[in-house]
Design a protein around this ligand. Structure first.
Ligand code: ADP
Length: 216
């Protein structure tokens, strides 16, 4: 099974992808996380991607596809995997179909309004040490500024600054919205209301998956 999470930045792909990953045991493959790791480690890919990410642009298709190709070849992806943040362009969608052509696929498109997106991204805080994600009002840590999981200091992602958020949304509309049209034409496409609490969105996803014969 290949589960693809579609949706704008801030639509909840990471949060919901993680919840579905825990339920299914399928690893969540996030190109954003893979790229941020490459940046942290000073890998060549990271050096190339850092400025692009900070400006809210898209890293080139070949680079991110290479990351995905390597990751989904790992043994833990054999039974299935969850893609979060990839594909983001039609070229990337075709690339993953070519890399792994026989796998059944379900596309979950998280629909959220622009106001929700801006609110979620501007309030998002992340733990650079362990990757946990919080929100100052929606999902606050027990102690402000401190990670519940590992005690690390929470920070705002550089690309969650308001000016970059606007550019990410523009890029999303330009490059990724056409991808929704591409998937909408397929029988495996499911739109899911992404508004509200993560638990409620999860229940909607669980209902879709059950309807597809894959209860969570
Ligand atoms: P979000 O979905 O909230 O924008 P991500 O963590 O998925 O956050 O991505 C952060 C940044 O990483 C993107 O703005 C982009 O620069 C880069 N990136 C992630 N995935 C891709 C991809 N599939 N193609 C191109 N660039 C990507």
């Amino acid at each position: 099974m290949r589960l693809i999470f579609l949706g704008a930045p801030g639509s909840g792909k990471g949060t919901l992808g993680e919840m579905v990953s825990r339920a299914t045991g399928f690893p969540r493959v996030s190109t954003g996380d893979l790229l941020r790791k490459a940046v942290r480690e000073g890998a060549p890919v990271g050096r190339k991607a850092e400025a692009i990410m900070k400006a809210g642009g898209l890293v080139d298709d070949a680079t991110v596809t290479e990351l995905v190709r390597d990751r989904i070849a790992a043994p833990d992806c054999l039974g299935g995997y969850i893609l979060d943040g990839y594909p983001r362009t039609i070229a990337q969608a075709r690339a993953v179909e070519a890399i792994d052509p026989v796998r059944p696929e379900i596309v979950l498109d998280l629909a959220v309004g622009e106001e929700t997106i801006v609110n979620r991204l501007s309030g998002r805080r992340v733990c650079p040490a362990c990757g946990a994600v919080f929100h100052v009002t929606g999902m606050p840590p027990k102690t402000a500024g401190v990670c519940d999981v590992c005690g690390g200091e929470l920070v705002q992602r550089p690309d969650d600054a308001p000016s970059t958020v606007r550019e990410r949304l523009r890029v999303y509309r330009e490059a990724t919205a056409p991808l929704e049209d591409y998937y909408r034409g397929k029988s495996t496409y499911r739109a899911v209301d992404g508004e509200g609490y993560a638990e409620d969105v999860y229940a909607r996803i669980a209902a879709v998956m059950a309807g597809e014969g894959h209860p969570l």
